[in-house]
Ligand binder design. Structure first.
Ligand code: ADP
Length: 695
């Protein structure tokens, strides 16, 4: 029995232990679940935290991105700012926090018309007054949705002050360029007029001088004066053409012209410049070159002046040679020089506008870089080509080839027959001596060329059958004299020295007897032929264009012509020309005096006038006003025979002519006054008289 109570205690005890353990297990389990839940909760909190960080980070990133853009951003709800970035707030001189909630706006000074974009956006520009000064802002305005179906008006602005400033600068620069271009055209027109007036005097005086008793030498000089003056006159026109080429407004004028004369004239025109630099310059004309070709002489002159001008400009030593020949229906003109040459890599570029072969610090020549561009265009316009052959250090040769029709096939030069003659040429240089040899050989003679005094002296000793010697003064004065002396002793009947005009002046009127004559450089083949031929002994050739040969009062009635001209030289030219043509000139200095004189003449107080020359530009009353007043007067007194009125002007554009006619002038004569044209008018007036008086 004692055992039973013991086992039940044990059981109870065991039960107690068991339930305690169970409770413990349950409790333990509960705790684990809570811990797991807590873990899960912690995880969630962490994730949320991460998200919050990411959001804050992203907001900051966008914010700094927006700020970095520098764009101005503002959102308004019914005018009240709900958001503004720092840039926008800066526009008002405030911090972001101070503008939110306000209705502040920057002060607007100017606005440009708005433009609607797709999607309802609007773009407009405003000039605003800001604490940083005036700024141009370009806005994009859109309506953007925010929470709960609400919308706000968003403006994003960009500072375009720099762009507007550069646009304005461009507009101003363009306006300046346009007015400069206009000023240039006006300047060109004025300058060309101002050039013409004194040139008129020079050419006219040369004309008058050419009519006086001159010895052959003086006549040559007067001829050169005229030729150069004429060339200068067309240069003035060329300047205007440059402007026209630039504007693409150039039409070719086709007419027959003498190509040989053109090239010789250009060579002579450029000679002073070349000779001043100690360069030789010479032109060679192929003997079979046609006398007249059809083309635009003035444009061709412009081309050649550019090429020869460049050759002279860029060459420091040696010289420039121009050769002219005709092959297969094309005229070819080569302008060669012994200058610095042009590297192959620049051959194409120098024909472009404003391109120059030299660049940067090495530039040592003035120029615009337009010359060759104009040349290329003109040559192209004429259907021709231009080629360049040049290497650095080996000079340059520009060859222009043009398809020009032949107007007169007879050769330009008709060399004399010098068959059997032997001519010694003592001259150094790359071009001139060779050209002289060609000219001599074209006449059938034999040329012996020596490029220094020594070999020439040796030739004189060794060759007894020489007829003539040409000695270039450039070999040195002593050498030239020594050679001429030796030639005289050797019995050469003709001993010509080749001189520059400057050397000729220094030599004075007399000439060393060792020489039988001289030729002025550049030597024209024609002059050489004349000088060395028997024909040269004959009377000097008169330029048919210069001489009218009419003795004063020889034929026709003597007319009285009123010359209204303020420029004394032009007046002298006009009155002397009229007198030479056998008429009487009365000169007045201004428009008012002209009108007074005509009035007096019409009322019989002054002698009858047959013709009036009215300079368009005159002080007091200009020529047009005088013409109008005279016509009005004639209408008043009902004259049966209106007085012939001729306008004289340097500008003879179609518009000027029309204006002169409208003012009552009979015609418009160009300055320089051409004698033949004036003579034509005088004859016309005289023949009217003859009819009227029945004589
Ligand atoms: P510019 O003479 O006004 O500079 P051009 O168009 O006539 O302009 O010539 C362009 C360039 O070509 C010149 O600047 C010069 O460098 C080069 N050039 C032209 N002709 C010659 C020449 N005969 N010899 C050497 N260089 C030349």
């Amino acid at each position: 029995m004692d055992l039973l109570p013991l086992s039940s205690v044990a059981i109870v005890a065991s039960l107690l232990v068991l339930s305690a353990a169970t409770a413990l297990v349950v409790a333990l389990r509960q705790r684990n679940r809570i811990a797991r839940q807590a873990d899960a909760l912690l995880l969630d909190i962490e994730t949320l935290n991460d998200r919050l960080w990411a959001l804050a980070d992203s907001e900051e990133r966008y914010r700094s991105l927006i700020e970095a853009q520098g764009d101005l951003i503002v959102r308004r709800d019914d005018g009240r700012i709900v958001y503004a970035n720092a840039a926008y707030a800066g526009l008002l001189g405030l911090a972001e926090a101070d503008v939110v909630g306000s209705r502040l706006e920057p002060q607007r000074l100017e606005a440009r018309a708005a433009q609607a974009l797709e999607g309802g956006a609007r773009v407009f520009d405003e000039r605003l007054a800001t604490p940083q000064g005036e700024r141009w802002i370009s806005w994009v305005e859109t309506v953007v949705p925010v929470a709960l179906g609400k919308t706000v008006l968003q403006r994003v602005g960009r500072d375009i002050s720099a762009r507007i400033a550069s646009e304005q600068a461009l507009v101003e620069a363009r306006a300046r360029a346009e007015s400069a271009s206009e000023a240039k055209s006006r300047f060109l027109a004025t300058v060309s007029h101002e050039f013409r007036t004194p040139l008129n005097g020079i050419l006219g005086m040369a004309d008058l001088l050419g009519d006086t008793a001159l010895d052959p030498e003086q006549a040559t000089y007067v001829g050169a004066l005229r030729t150069s003056g004429e060339a200068l006159l067309s240069l003035v026109d060329d300047i205007l053409d440059v402007a026209k080429v630039e504007a693409g407004k150039l039409a070719l004028a086709l007419a027959p012209f003498d190509p040989a004369q053109l090239v010789e004239t250009i060579c002579e025109l450029m000679a002073p410049r070349a000779q001043e630099k100690g360069l030789e310059i010479a032109a060679a004309i192929a003997p079979d070159l046609p006398a007249r070709l059809v083309g635009d002489r003035d444009r061709l002159r412009q081309i050649l002046l550019n090429l020869v001008g460049n050759a002279v400009k860029f060459t420091a030593q040696g010289g420039v040679g121009i050769s002219l020949y005709h092959t297969d229906g094309r005229i070819e003109i080569a302008v060669a020089d012994t200058g610095p040459g042009i590297p192959e890599s620049r051959h194409a570029a120098i024909f472009e506008e404003f391109e120059q072969a030299e660049t940067g610090a090495s530039r040592s020549h003035s120029g615009t870089g337009l010359g060759l561009a104009i040349v290329r265009r003109l040559v192209g316009l004429m259907g021709g080509t231009i080629a360049l052959e040049s290497r650095p250090g080996a000079g340059a040769t520009f060859t222009v080839s043009l398809p020009l029709a032949v107007a007169e096939a007879a050769p330009a030069l008709s060399p004399p027959d010098w068959t059997g003659r032997r001519i010694l040429i003592a001259a150094a240089g790359a071009f001139a001596p060779q050209f002289l040899v060609k000219a001599v050989e074209a006449a059938g003679a034999t040329a012996i060329r020596c490029d220094a005094a020594e070999p020439a002296l040796a030739a004189l000793r060794a060759m007894p059958a020489l007829d003539a010697i040409l000695i270039d003064r450039a070999l040195g004065q002593d050498s030239a004299f020594q050679l001429a002396e030796a030639a005289r002793r050797a019995g050469l009947s003709e001993r010509l020295v080749l001189l520059t005009p400057g050397e000729r002046r220094q030599a004075g009127p007399g000439f060393a007897p060792a020489f039988t004559g001289f030729l002025i450089k550049p030597v024209r083949a024609r002059s050489l032929y004349e000088r060395l031929s028997a024909a040269a002994q004959a009377a000097p050739r008169r330029d048919p264009g210069q001489a009218s040969g009419t003795a004063p009062g020889a034929q026709g009635p003597r007319l009285t012509v009123l010359v209204a001209e303020d420029n004394d030289i032009n007046a002298l030219l006009a009155t002397r020309t009229l007198e030479k043509l056998g008429h009487r000139a009365v000169r007045v200095r201004d428009g008012r005096a002209a009108l007074r004189h005509v009035e007096a003449s019409l009322s019989g107080m002054e002698e009858h006038l047959d013709l009036v020359l009215l300079d368009i530009r005159m002080p007091e009353l200009d020529g047009l006003a005088v013409a109008r007043a005279i016509r009005a007067l004639e209408a008043e007194i009902r004259t049966s025979e209106p007085l012939p009125l001729l306008a004289v002007t340097a500008n003879v554009s179609a518009a000027d002519q029309a204006e002169a006619r409208a003012a009552g002038m009979d015609a418009c004569l160009a300055k320089p006054l051409e004698r033949a044209v004036l003579a034509g008018w005088l004859e016309r007036v005289a023949s009217r008289h003859n009819v009227a008086t029945g004589s």
